[in-house]
Design a protein around this ligand. Sequence first.
Ligand code: ADP
Ligand code: MG
Length: 341
Amino acid sequence: MSTQFLARMFSAYIGIDLGTANCLVFVRDQGVVLNEPSVVAIKVNTKEVLAVGSDAKEMLGKTPVNINAIRPMKDGVIANYEVTEDMLRYFIQRAIHTVPWLKRLLRPRVLIAVPSGITEVERRAVMDSAKHAGAGEVVLVEEPMAAAVGVGLPVAEAAGSMIVDIGGGTTEVAVISLSGIACAKSVRVGGDILDQAIIQHLKKEYNMQIGELTAEQVKINIGSAYPVRDEECMDVKGLDMIAHIPKTVKVNAAEIRKALQSPISSILEAVRATLDCCKPDLAADLLDRGIMLAGGGAKLAGLDKLLTEETGLPVFVSEEPLNAVVNGTGVMLQENSIWSA
Ligand code: ADP
Ligand code: MG
């Protein structure tokens, strides 16, 4: 990872968090104007876009054969360039139309936060897609930097701050100092894999098939990384794999926590690996400053406690974890400065 520091005057109007699960748009002087799941529903034969965002997310797992609901950024890589472009176009155009003065600008400049693990080819593709979608100049920033700025970490100081951003498809861990990324890891483990672990658990223990959206609800309602809510239960509906009829089972938080253990250990591993590659003085700073959690995964109950136990460092959950990255792009827009590594 390069530690090159680039700060330059750049007056952009729109900031976008192009997440694997959610896409958020910030407009200068307005704040967050759009917050939608990164899902596009497409007609299979004509490739016509039928719905984008929450309308499309509702269709996930429920589409008839001629409709496909796609998450184009699913694994932190652009799985489908065309659909990513459709999605960006929809969000940029909608942002432009909700803010009257933006409509008067011909091609607004745009700042986009992308996962730090994406390739040069993918970076180019995001920039080209945004341009085709109506943006003027496009600048990319790395998500962990945007997240750190968004949660208010003192990124410019000559001292290490650690940010752990747990999204749907990826977890980004970075230690930041002097406005640059000193060391970072991006792993393809996030909330989606936790959902998959719940799906597998219900299959194995109850011979029951459940959809991804149901699994996500179980995770949000009773999921945890540490025994903080073990007394809670939830009725889960799905399909009995033997009798082939719908059924309901009661699951408890303790069994879900156990099912989540293995994917959560991969997140812990990424944190340890980042600490390992950190220079000793930066690592020492973290003893006082601790670790800041952001992204939707930061809301998993008890994750902060588990991380504290495993690393011995203080761990904090940011106030609006799902908005950390987009708020960071907002700060950069308002201050006319871009930090990127
Ligand atoms: P991305 O940046 O990849 O788009 P987000 O930061 O928007 O991802 O986070 C989305 C992930 O956070 C999803 O996997 C979602 O299930 C998860 N999530 C949201 N709320 C909670 C919660 N309360 N507990 C656990 N996970 C959550
Ligand atoms: Mg994100």
